[in-house]
Design a binder for this molecule. Structure first.
Ligand SMILES: Nc1ncnc2c1ncn2[C@@H]1O[C@H](COP(=O)(O)OP(=O)(O)OP(=O)(O)O)[C@@H](O)[C@H]1O
Length: 271
């Protein structure tokens, strides 16, 4: 796998008068597990969407290895999006399709028009999809309709779908915001395992401080589009958080959602 640093320089995105991401400059080394935190509207989602070019920057540069991502067009841009797998708060699975087919959807970007329209996949791709599901303890559900799974199970299927893209970077936009604590822990544990086993860079927006502290090597705190803190999770003391967010912000981010000590809970829907 290509292992390159991702560098953002002066990255800016304006929506009319509003500057959602304001001159962000940072470098993410390969294999880092990075959490982006900040209050609602701080620019976290916009930052992720800029990186995978779902939206275009108003100014600044995104560089991955020797590739200037903000200049990419056409096939090169499609390849980049394939290299940056993204998972979302709402999972975005096709409810009526089975789990295995949902994972195989992650392979479509590797296909030409005809085979992708026909949803034709090779045996090798099916094996790859089953292996990805197995890593997330979801292989037994491969033939079940995605819509019948719990939220935590759906998110793990979404991670498997992202993995079969063979990504260089995994972007996760509030991946646990809709999940109960037990499922949130399983999803974060899965991301951490992939990060450690594959050396895959993970960049995830989180809305709880304790999750960032438990899982991230590095935390980036944003406010009004700017980076207010960038450092190891251990540097995020209550004092730093209060300085960045004010005391109201501290309460907002201190609530507990995941904890490495939480025992896995029963899934809300079982097969
Ligand atoms: N497509 C858009 N059009 C106009 N304004 C937008 C658009 N997307 C984001 N914004 C604005 O940019 C700012 C940053 O939004 P963003 O969604 O990146 O914040 P966030 O930190 O991810 O918030 P949340 O935690 O609520 O998702 C907000 O003021 C938002 O209203």
């Amino acid at each position: 796998m290509e292992r390159h640093a991702l560098s953002l320089t002066g990255l800016t995105r304006r929506f009319g008068e509003n500057t959602a991401v304001d001159a962000v400059t940072l470098t993410i080394d390969p294999g880092q597990f990075v959490g982006v935190i900040g209050r609602s509207g701080a620019g976290k989602s916009t930052l992720l969407r800029l990186i995978n070019r779902l939206i275009d920057p108003s100014a600044g540069e995104i560089v991955f290895g020797d590739r200037t991502v903000n200049d990419l067009r056409g096939k090169a841009l499609r390849d980049w999006r394939r290299h940056c797998a993204m998972i979302f708060q709402q999972f975005n699975l096709v409810d009526r399709l089975d789990v295995l087919t949902n994972v195989l959807v992650g392979r479509l970007a590797h296909h030409g028009f005809a085979t992708s329209m026909a949803m034709q996949f090779s045996d090798e791709e099916r094996t790859m999809a089953i292996e990805a599901l197995d890593r997330l303890d979801m292989a037994p559900k491969a033939l079940q309709r995605a819509g019948t799974l719990s939220g935590g199970q759906q998110q793990r299927v979404a991670i498997a779908r992202a993995l079969v893209q063979n990504p260089r970077i995994m972007l996760a936009d509030e991946p646990i915001a809709s999940l109960d604590p037990g499922n949130a822990t399983k999803v974060m544990d899965a991301l951490r395992r992939i990060n450690r086993e594959d050396g895959l860079t993970v960049l995830t927006n989180l809305h709880t401080l304790d999750t960032a502290r438990s899982y991230c090597d590095r935390v980036i705190a944003m406010r009004d589009g700017r980076v207010m803190f960038d450092g190891p999770a251990s540097g995020l003391t209550d004092r730093v958080v209060r300085d960045i967010y004010g005391s109201a912000g501290l309460e907002e981010f201190s609530e507990s959602v995941t904890s490495t000590s939480i025992q896995p809970q029963a899934e809300t829907i079982s097969a």
